[in-house]
Write a protein that binds this ligand. Structure first.
Ligand code: FAD
Ligand code: 2HG
Ligand code: ZN
Length: 472
C-alpha cells in the first residue's frame, strides 16, 4: 500500500521533493524544543497549491494524514507528526515567493513558505514596515505564523498575526483551493473564513498564500532599559507610557533578574547594562515618523516623570542602533539560555493586567513553597499581559528527571491559577499536542464542543493534523 501511495505521489510531484530515506527525513521530525519526535511516511515539499490539492485528494483516498509544517519552530509540537508512521509531513518551504507589494494599498501578498525575516526585509526595501517580529524570525514562515496566530514583540502597537492578515489562500481538507486573497480592510460578507483558518494550527486547512498589511517604516526609534522594583510599578509605568506616548509605544517587555542572570551565564557578552541587578528590567521602545529629536525628548520627559513618581530607579537609553539591537538581543536570548540550561516547563499565559501582580505574587509563593529551589524564569510581552512563566529545575538537579516527576503537578498548579485570575493558558504559542488535554477544561464544554463541530464540518475524515488542538 505504501509503495503504491508513494508511486502515485511521484506522479504529482517530482521524486526529489519526496523524502523517504531516514537521514533525509530526520531534520523534519523533531520539534525545536526537542520534546517530540515523530515518524513519517515521507516529507513532501510541494511548490504550488494545485500540487497540494492533489496531494490532499491522494491522502484522503489512502487514509493518510497530513501534518502541515513551516519552519518547525513552534513550541507546542503542532508540526511534529505522531508515532504511527502513517502521516506525511507537508513542509511548505519551497513556496517562498513574494507575489506582490501593493504600495497604494499598503499590502504584501506572499506564499506561505516565506521566512518572516525575508518578508520584513522585502517590505523595508520598499519603505514599509512588516511589524510581525519574534525571536524565531530567521526561520519561522508566514504560513506557520498565521497557523499559530503568532504574537511577538510588536503586538502592543500593531496586533498579532491575525490583525495583520487581510486575505488567505487555503487548500481545504477536501482538496479544494479557496482563493480569499483580497487585500480589503472591510469585508462583512458573512462568516469570516479567514479568521477561522488563522490560529487553526494546520487542523482545518493548509494555508498556501496570504495578503498581509504593511505600515510606513518609522524613521525614528528609541529604545531604553529601565530598572523597576515590582510588578505593580511596572504596570503603572506601562500605563504612563500608554497615556503619554500613545501610539508611539511599540515595545514593552519585562524581564526578571533571574531571567537575565541565566542569559548572562550562557551568553556572557549579554550583560544587563543597568547596575545592581534590579528585580525587574523593562525594555521600552518608542517609534515614530517625526524627527529623532522629537521622540527622544518625549522619551526623556516620560522617564523623568517615572523617576519623580518613583516608578523606576535607573534607566539607560540606547545611544545608537547597535546598542538598541543589543538590548533586544538580551531579551530574545532568554529562550536560548533556557534551552542551553536544559529542558524547562513553559507556561505561555495571559492575565488581565489588573490582576497580574496578584497572580505573580500568589503563584510564585505556591511554586516556591512546593518546589524549593526551582527557578522561575519569568519574562514576556508585559504590554499585552503575556507572561512566559517558565519553571526550571533547581540548580544542580537534572532537568529531565525534575520534569518527569513534576511536570504534571506544576502545569496543573499554574493553570489552576490562570483560571482563578481569568487568564488564558495559551497567549501566543498555540495548543498543538502539548495542550490538547488542558484545552477542554480551559475552554469549557460548550466552546470545546463548538470547536469539535467546526473540525468535523471542515475535515470530516480527520485528515489534517489529527489530535492537535482538538481530538474528534
Ligand atoms: P511550525 O512550527 O512549522 O508550525 C506551527 C503550527 O502551524 C503547526 O501546527 C503546523 O501544523 C501549522 N502550520 C505550519 N505551516 C502551516 C501552513 N502553511 N498551513 C497550515 N498550518 C500550518 N511565538 C510567538 O508567538 N511569539 C514569540 O515571541 C515567539 N518567539 C519564539 C522564539 C524562538 C527562539 C522560537 C524557537 C520560537 C518562538 N515562537 C514565538 C514560536 C514559533 O516561532 C511561532 O509559533 C511561529 O509562528 C511558528 O512558525 P513556523 O513556521 O515555525 O511553524
Ligand atoms: C519569547 O517571547 C518567545 O521570547 C519564547 O515567545 C518564550 O521561551 C519562551 O517561553
Ligand atoms: Zn513570547
Amino acid at each position: 500500500m505504501t509503495d503504491k501511495f508513494l508511486e502515485q505521489l511521484r506522479q504529482i510531484i517530482d521524486q526529489q521533493y519526496i523524502l523517504t530515506a531516514d537521514h533525509d527525513k530526520e531534520p523534519y521530525l523533531t520539534d525545536w524544543r526537542k520534546r517530540y519526535t515523530g515518524k513519517a511516511l515521507a516529507i513532501v515539499l510541494p511548490r504550488t497549491s494545485s500540487e497540494i490539492a492533489k496531494i490532499v485528494h491522494l491522502c484522503a483516498s489512502n487514509n493518510i494524514c497530513i501534518v502541515p509544517q513551516g519552519g518547525h519552530t513552534g513550541f507546542c509540537g503542532g508540526a511534529t507528526p505522531d508515532q504511527s508512521g502513517n502521516q506525511i509531513v507537508l513542509n511548505l518551504k519551497r513556496m517562498n515567493s513574494i507575489l506582490q507589494i501593493d504600495e497604494a494599498n499598503q499590502t504584501i501578498t506572499l506564499e506561505a513558505g516565506c521566512i518572516l525575516q525575508n518578508i520584513q526585509e522585502a517590505a523595508a526595501a520598499k519603505g514599509f514596515l512588516f511589524p510581525l517580529s519574534l525571536g524565531a524570525e530567521g526561520s519561522c514562515m508566514i504560513g506557520g505564523n498565521l497557523a499559530t496566530n503568532a504574537g511577538g514583540t510588536n503586538v502592543l502597537r500593531y496586533g498579532n498575526t491575525r490583525d495583520l492578515c487581510l486575505g488567505l489562500e487555503v487548500v481545504t481538507a477536501k482538496g479544494e483551493i479557496w482563493n480569499g486573497l483580497k487585500g480589503l480592510r472591510k469585508d462583512n460578507t458573512g462568516y469570516d473564513l479567514r479568521d477561522l483558518f488563522v490560529g487553526s494550527e494546520g487542523t482545518l486547512g493548509i494555508i498556501t498564500a496570504a495578503v498581509m498589511k504593511l505600515y510606513p517604516l518609522p524613521i525614528s526609534q528609541w529604545t531604553t532599559l529601565v530598572a523597576v522594583d515590582d510588578v505593580r510599578s511596572t504596570i503603572a509605568l506601562l500605563n504612563l507610557f500608554q497615556k503619554r506616548a500613545t501610539s508611539l509605544l511599540t515595545g514593552f517587555e519585562m524581564m526578571t533578574n533571574e531571567s537575565l542572570v541565566l542569559t548572562h551565564k550562557h551568553f556572557p557578552q549579554m550583560g544587563n547594562p543597568l547596575k545592581g541587578n534590579p528585580p525587574y528590567t523593562v525594555l521600552i521602545e518608542l517609534s515614530d515618523h517625526e524627527s529623532e529629536a522629537h521622540v527622544r525628548q518625549l522619551l526623556e520627559d516620560i522617564l523623568q516623570d517615572a523617576f519623580e513618581s518613583e516608578l523606576i530607579s535607573d534607566a539607560v537609553i540606547a545611544s545608537n542602533l547597535s546598542q538598541a539591537n543589543a538590548f533586544w538581543h538580551m531579551r530574545e536570548h532568554i529562550t536560548l539560555a533556557q534551552a542551553e540550561e536544559g529542558a524547562n516547563l513553559k507556561h505561555d499565559i495571559t492575565i488581565p493586567l489588573s490582576a497580574l501582580d496578584d497572580f505573580m505574587r500568589d503563584t510564585d509563593a505556591l511554586i516556591r513553597a512546593k518546589y524549593p529551589g526551582v527557578r522561575i524564569i519569568n519574562f514576556g510581552h508585559l504590554g499585552d499581559g503575556n507572561l512566559h512563566y517558565n519553571i526550571a529545575a533547581p540548580q544542580g538537579v537534572a532537568p529531565k528527571e525534575f520534569n518527569r516527576l513534576n511536570e504534571k503537578p506544576i502545569h496543573e498548579l499554574v493553570y489552576a491559577q490562570v483560571e482563578r485570575f481569568r487568564g488564558s493558558i495559551s497567549a501566543e504559542h498555540g495548543v498543538g499536542q502539548l495542550k490538547l488535554e488542558g484545552l477542554r477544561a480551559h475552554k469549557g464544554e460548550v466552546a470545546h464542543e463548538l470547536m469539535k463541530s467546526v473540525k468535523r464540518a471542515l475535515d470530516p475524515q480527520n485528515l489534517l493534523n489529527p489530535h492537535k488542538v482538538v481530538s474528534i
